[in-house]
Design a protein around this ligand. Structure first.
Ligand SMILES: [Zn+2]
Length: 284
């Protein structure tokens, strides 16, 4: 399993989000569990110009120079410095996926609430849209699928699609359909996923947000059982794994008592571990 990770993509701990260090903890966990099956790939950060294809240029410059608040509501330069690397991981992974027709992983979060000229909800720049636009600009793809299985509505992605008048992206965001568990019951979630998967099949690349926050025990989600989440990933890999695909981490906010940070977010690590396990089962 190819993982596009470098330490610079990890921002400082944020009181509002317990999982700021999640990319590092997840990659360490996978290497410990899966050993040589995990191949860590280096990559280049995205440029300010690439970010500004998806966002208002003054907003981008303001965040990067610390004059405009980031998605955590502060002006921390350490957050700003990590942003070109989180989007960079997503873009590099997607380029690799397209060029080699493979499924790969970008251990990233914090994209889908970032709107054209506003950060929010722990998201500053929309790496999904930065990636889609860079791939399209480079002539690598015609159509892009964004299958967003984070628990929350990808309002930022819709904001950018609408602002730029984009008609070549298939965007399916679970959070617009299933705010509460009972909405997803009786097969409703599985029917939604099936329809979304069918419509993604006509695309040249799939950006799959394999969020951990839909889990029934997540304080900000609370929708799907562990078995339903494993079935979700299995179905996405089974039905779309013939296409170039990048999956990422998206949200996940369960915290338990523990000595180390990894112990404290073990429920989230466990969910991402299952996605990685399935990836290795399907694609090596
Ligand atoms: Zn979320």
């Amino acid at each position: 399993m190819k993982v596009f990770y470098r330490p610079e993509q990890v921002g400082p701990a944020q009181h509002s989000s317990p999982s700021a260090h999640k990319p590092r903890l997840v990659v360490e966990d996978w290497i410990r569990r899966f050993g040589a099956s995990i191949e860590v790939y280096n990559f280049e950060p995205v440029t300010e110009e690439q970010i500004a294809r998806a966002h208002q240029p003054d907003f981008v410059k303001g965040v990067l120079t610390g004059t405009v608040a980031n998605g955590f509501g502060n002006r921390d330069r350490k957050v700003a410095d990590s942003l070109a690397f989180t989007s960079g991981s997503m873009l590099a992974a997607a380029e690799y996926a397209v060029l080699h027709n493979e499924v790969v992983c970008s251990p990233t979060s914090g994209f889908h609430h970032a709107e054209y000229r506003n950060a929010g909800g722990y998201c500053t720049f929309n790496g999904l849209m930065v990636t889609a636009l860079a791939l399209k600009d480079a002539g690598l793809v015609n159509r892009v699928a964004i299958l967003d299985c984070d628990a929350h509505y990808g309002n930022g992605t819709d904001s950018i699609i609408n602002r730029l008048g984009i008609d070549w992206i298939e965007h399916y965001t679970q959070g617009r359909e299933f705010g509460l568990a009972y909405n997803a019951a009786n097969g409703a979630y599985e029917r939604w996923l099936g329809t979304a998967i069918e419509r993604c099949k006509g695309c040249d690349v799939v950006l799959y947000q394999a969020g951990a926050d839909p889990h029934i025990d997540d304080p900000l989600g609370g929708i799907l059982t562990t078995a339903q989440m494993v079935a979700r990933d299995r179905r996405v890999f089974e039905c779309l794994g013939h296409l170039p695909m990048v999956w990422n981490l998206a949200g996940g906010y369960q915290v338990v008592a523990g000595e180390t940070e990894a112990e404290q977010i073990e429920p989230v690590l466990a969910l991402h571990r299952e996605t990685a396990r399935l990836h290795i089962e399907f694609f090596g």
